[in-house]
Design a protein around this ligand. Structure first.
Ligand SMILES: [Ca+2]
Ligand SMILES: [Ca+2]
Ligand SMILES: [Ca+2]
Length: 613
């Protein structure tokens, strides 16, 4: 345990001293009650542990395994499903099927991704993750689920050998508005000078690094950041903001010398910027040579409180607080930290930015131990609920007590509302034919319809093939000229969701991301859809036979392939293709490979169609 604890401290947030005995371990369970700000709800259970119902060791058994088996990173996919990385290296999908605010299904998407401190989806659905070998190098991996079974079947190391053997590691990662992938790479040392036998600082340490993941050449974007653990791009101006943890450990011995450690920081990070580490942490002192050219922090926190995430508040619940900057502090020391802070951010990239804290914090997690706290924050893209992961590697006397939690924080009353996420596709060229759109909802009631608010038109609506998905048909009459349509969902009881937009453009809309089509089912019919032919037989008369395949993300040029040969199509939508059965298909008994290929070249999983003698 001690060895693990030390390695954890080295790898993550420098909490080594906690678990290895510098602090008193907790003999009794936590008794401090979490507190949300007025106007927010943060459900949690009874004392002594105040576990949040959304995710805790009772409904996410992985979290109960050990002091280190908690969540360290989170990301939502485009369907609004929460992916969570655990310290030992599992990527879980946490699902709340009955929408009661508690996870009731846990899927294991991937294993063997050690210390996955960052998770990020690319627009095409690929999942990127930073991973750190215990006491070893850092790497960036790409995980793909090619057959749609929610298990990654392709794991590719995109970058290996990152300098993570020292005090800090490869941190979170985010795609920028330029399509490049940015990640934080912490320092090897505490304060710039290597201890005996420890690695010195190397060119990528203490910096923000970026690359094109399709052609991974690394370049340093900004430097002088000791451990830029949290990062986020502003949703409107696209500027980069990162946290930074200052040097120095907390002294827990008797007769400590005065603590002169620098403060903790959030920085507005620009290309080529120097943020001070190691010679000039905190507010630069113009009189010191080491501070020449160093950019000052955007905001600062009490030393050692360890900022662990920065996130912008987006989504339908944000309201007047839209794009406020949210920051978690991992540690609570002297009544400071262990909370989810929020800031108004003013200014712009020309004149600079100013951050003003709004009190009280959105949530105070009621921490006792200064090595047990929030490590990541993510916003549900459909509801705007705020999720905060708490990781508790502190050694407790009760071996079963681990505050490995994910809190769900939301506006008071919002659990009674219906929400919808972004519409796919998001745009079409004016003059197009009618098309089917897809959206994911929360708390959509049976019989609800997608409503075109701009035209006062209820759209033909049906459930999609995936949970919480609705499909609706936009008629050509709505797509005649350039404009932005407002769409919402209306429930039979008269309640309605938030609104989303759909753009009718004069030029070609932005090219869609490179999605992979997925096949879920198929059947063959003769003349009428209800006359299902099962099985297909050798030598059948094919003239009136049609093969119907259902699935998702078929693009407008999608082909229906049988043994790699495209069928002539009778009809085509994003979720269904109907093709004409050929003589070749019934020439011999056996199995046919059925697959969908998008115009982008991306192919689906394969379903087998039997041909009986
Ligand atoms: Ca549930
Ligand atoms: Ca798979
Ligand atoms: Ca700094």
């Amino acid at each position: 345990m001690k060895k693990c604890s030390r390695a954890l401290g080295v790898a993550l947030l420098a909490v080594a001293v906690l678990a290895s005995g510098g602090f008193p371990t907790q003999g009794t369970a936590q008794t401090f009650r979490p507190v949300p700000a007025p106007g927010f709800e943060m459900p949690f259970g009874p004392s002594p542990l105040f576990a949040p119902p959304f995710a805790n060791p009772s409904n996410v058994p992985e979290f109960a395994a050990s002091a280190f088996s908690g969540p360290v990173s989170m990301a939502f996919d485009s369907r609004g499903r929460l992916f969570v990385g655990t310290y030992p290296g599992r990527i879980l999908i946490l699902i709340d099927n009955n929408e009661n605010g508690a996870v009731d299904e846990v899927k294991t998407f991937a294993t063997g991704v050690q210390i996955p401190l960052g998770l990020e989806f690319r627009a095409n659905g690929d999942l990127f993750v930073t991973s750190n070998l215990l006491g070893g190098v850092g790497r960036i991996m790409r995980l793909r689920d090619l057959d749609g079974d929610d298990v990654a079947d392709e794991k590719t190391i995109i970058v290996d050998g990152l300098p993570s053997e020292g005090d800090h590691q490869t941190d979170k990662l985010k795609f920028g508005p330029d399509g490049l992938l940015y990640f934080g790479q912490g320092s090897s040392t505490d304060n710039g000078s290597a201890e005996l036998g420890k690695p010195v600082e190397r060119p990528l340490n203490a910096s923000i690094v970026r690359m094109d993941v399709d052609n991974p050449q690394l370049s340093v974007f900004a430097s002088g950041l000791r451990n830029p653990f949290g990062m986020a791009f502003h949703p409107e101006n696209g500027q980069l903001f990162t946290t930074d943890g200052g040097s120095g450990e907390i002294c827990q011995m008797p007769n400590c010398p005065p603590d002169t450690s620098p403060p903790e920081e959030v920085n507005w990070v620009v290309q080529g910027g120097n943020y001070g580490f190691p010679g000039c942490e905190g507010t630069p002192d113009a009189g010191r040579a080491e501070c020449s050219g160093v950019r000052p922090p955007l905001t600062q926190f009490l030393r050692h409180t360890t900022p662990s995430s920065v996130t912008f508040y987006t989504g339908p619940q944000a309201g007047d607080s839209k794009n406020q900057m949210l920051v978690t502090l991992f540690k609570r020391l002297g009544g400071n930290g262990g909370d989810l802070k929020r800031f108004n951010l003013t200014g712009n990239a020309t004149i600079g930015f100013q951050a003003t804290e709004i009190l009280p914090s959105i949530a105070d997690f009621g921490l006792v131990d200064p090595g047990d706290g929030p490590v990541d924050t993510a916003i549900d893209p459909i509801t705007g609920d705020i999720y905060v992961a708490r990781f508790d590697p502190v050694h407790h006397f009760d071996q079963n007590e681990h505050h490995h939690y994910i809190y769900r924080i939301h506006r008071v009353g919002s659990d009674a509302l219906t929400f919808i996420g972004p519409v796919k596709p998001a745009a079409v060229k004016a003059g197009s034919q009618g098309l089917t759109i897809s959206l994911f909802g929360r708390r959509v009631k049976p019989g609800a319809v997608v409503f075109d608010v701009s035209d006062g038109l209820a759209l033909a609506t049906r459930p999609g093939p995936r949970p919480f998905e609705l499909l609706a048909d936009l008629p050509a009459s709505a797509l005649g000229s350039e404009r932005t349509l407002l769409l919402e969902v209306r429930n039979p009881d008269g309640s309605q969701s938030n609104q989303q937009t759909f753009a009718v453009t004069t030029g070609d809309p932005d090219p869609p991301p490179q999605v992979f089509p997925q096949l879920t089912s198929m059947f063959v019919y003769k003349k009428k859809r209800k006359k299902v032919v099962n099985p297909l037989t050798v030598g059948a008369t094919v003239k009136k036979l049609r093969l119907v395949v259902s699935g998702t993300d078929f693009d407008s040029g999608a082909q229906l392939l049988v043994n790699d040969i495209a069928l002539q199509l009778d009809s085509s939508t994003a979720t269904e293709l109907v093709g004409r059965v050929t003589n070749q298909m019934v020439a011999a008994a056996g199995e046919l490979n059925v697959q969908v290929k998008n115009s982008t070249g991306k192919v689906s999983n394969i379903l087998k169609l039997a041909v009986s003698p």
